[in-house]
Design a protein around this ligand. Structure first.
Ligand SMILES: [Zn+2]
Length: 194
């Protein structure tokens, strides 16, 4: 290590003269680890088996996990479409995916999260998945009236991808005026109205 290097990588001890160099080193030499089977098991810790793949995705969707990593969601979305008896079966399927590196892209993963055929059709119209719609309300305390839901949405819409912000607002605007007791109720209405 040269004496000029005032910034040291905590992982491999390599020294850098500039902070920006260290930053770039961290991104290229030590990228964030891909989600592990343990991460998936943690994500599904409270799910009741047996569950189909779509039920598993719906479960994740209903958890409203803040900062849910796309890679983790993609990994689960890449699971073969079938029923899983327990988390060991899921772990096994994920092991296979990891070996074959057949993880779906974000876009494919998103489209898979559309609930059922009906929801899928309407989601395709806006190309916004039920998962994305649900995520745009993450953190909201339900029950809430339509007005309050839309107010919350407007205050938090900046967290969503710019390209889809106006479509999300449009879709939520079509909610019938009433009180919504939970996310499932909102999603049901959204799939009807879009
Ligand atoms: Zn390093």
């Amino acid at each position: 290590m040269s004496s000029n290097s005032q910034f040291t990588c905590k992982i491999c001890n390599q020294g850098f003269e500039q902070k920006s160099r260290l930053h770039r080193h961290m991104l290229t030499s030590h990228p964030e680890p891909a989600p592990s089977i343990a991460d998936v098991e943690k994500l599904l810790a409270s799910i009741k088996f047996p569950k189909s793949k779509s039920e598993i995705l719906n479960f994740i969707n209903s958890q409203h996990i803040p900062n849910l990593k796309n890679e983790l969601l993609n990994l689960v979305s890449s699971l073969p479409n079938r029923k899983y008896r327990d988390s060991a079966e899921i772990a096994q399927a994920i092991k296979k995916i990891k070996n074959g590196k057949k993880v779906k892209s974000s876009k494919e993963a998103e489209s898979l999260l559309s609930p059922g055929k009906k929801g899928g059709k309407s989601a395709a119209k806006y190309s916004i998945s039920a998962a994305t719609l649900a995520r745009s309300l993450s953190g909201i305390n339900l029950p809430q009236s339509k007005e309050n839901i839309n107010r919350y949405l407007k205050e938090n819409i900046f967290k969503m991808n710019k390209d889809i912000q106006s479509d999300i607002l449009k879709i939520y605007n079509r909610l019938p005026k009433k009180k919504y007791k939970d996310m499932t109720e909102i999603e049901k209405e959204l799939s009807k109205s879009v």
